[in-house]
Design a protein around this ligand. Sequence first.
Ligand SMILES: [Zn+2]
Length: 465
Amino acid sequence: MAPMLRLYNTLTGAKEAFAPIDPDHVRFYACGPTVYDAAHIGNARPIIVFDLLFRLLRHLYGSAHVTYARNVTDVDDKINARAAERGITIRELTDGTLAQFHGDVRDLGVLSPEDVNRPGERPCFIEPRATDHIAEMVTMIDGLVRSGHAYVAADHVLFDVPSMPEYGQLSKRPLDEMEAGARVEVAPYKRSPLDFVLWKPAKPGEPAWPSPAGIAAPGRPGWHIECSAMSAKHLGQTFDIHAGGIDLIFPHHENEVAQSRCCFGTGVMANVWLHNGFLQVEGEKMSKSLGNFITIRDVLKDWPGEVVRLTMLRTQYRQPIDWTLRGLEESSRVLERWYNAAGDEPAAGDVPGSVVDALCDDLNTPAAINELHRLSGGPEAQPGALRAGANLFGFLMRTRSDREQDQVAASGIDVPAVEALIAERRAARAAKDWAASDRARDALAALGVAVKDNKDGTTTWTVAR
Ligand SMILES: [Zn+2]
């Protein structure tokens, strides 16, 4: 019997046993990037956490029985503004930013659609783009207007929040508090300050599509309707898990729920709502004005993606995380220890039950990592089990030897020069020419190489750290 997965559900405010609607098909949606700028490490957190959940679901239910959809928002005010600022087309900006995002997350060990989808089979990982789903959004908006949940005003279509009595159920905010928050600069065409945009007219030069609800002027969708349309198309009108950052609970997810439930007449949009906690940098909120704004690309210049991934997962996903240099250094030491313990042994046997059990407890990654520590040294060391457990996390995907070779390649060290110096040093030692031996040793150190003389008389070397 498979271990029981328990997840904390924002909708009910409790940790619950997870039971998919269709036991043969788990359906999971996560809000993906808005592709206007390089992704920062705060964006990396949900991507890594939900990648781990995707891996765990595949492990528990079988890879053919899980569908993960992570969308791309490629129509947005910020995108239009940035493209205009840089003097490039919107498509050039979104394609370029998306390509960079894909490169960044691949370096973080995050699975991509190409890694998991098999030709001729139902795709396991879908990455829908908003601009490919405008027709579905228009259909939904028309339906909401017809059923009295949305109205047209000044060429906008607005969702009529008071038409949905259960609005606020996900974020658990009292209506008057939400109204007070929304009252700042209320557009004059809104009936209630809480009403939100489903569709708006496009400004000249902006991307535009034929509008719904009989509006003559071309326009474009609001952000919230994108996720409602894409999740319904790819996962169904009600599905299992909807995930995103804690900052998306209100208004984005609350609005998604309102649109989807009112459009489809369903009792829930998704059964389980998962939200990851905030990320701070060295104890401060990350912001461009504080100068501590770190992109994924920046951090990958100094640290291997595996170190960044481990740093993110050493904190349980719902807790706030403080991103520090010390944390990265600690992760680097941990990985060094694991690589040395696993050596070149292949993964052996099943993923250790203790690791799976820890992850099944609402992705308790600190507990699961402790289990990997236990398998990496002392009397309970089991190199094959360590690798099997680490692989489920997306760690130790290479052997120690392969990793060392990669480190040599990445360091730009001149390998023939190193080999020549080692031969020179060996000859000098054989001739008891200690001065020449020391010169060769110093030259190797200057090249960034650590030399190790083994008991069997051979000499090996690695990149010095
Ligand atoms: Zn969304």
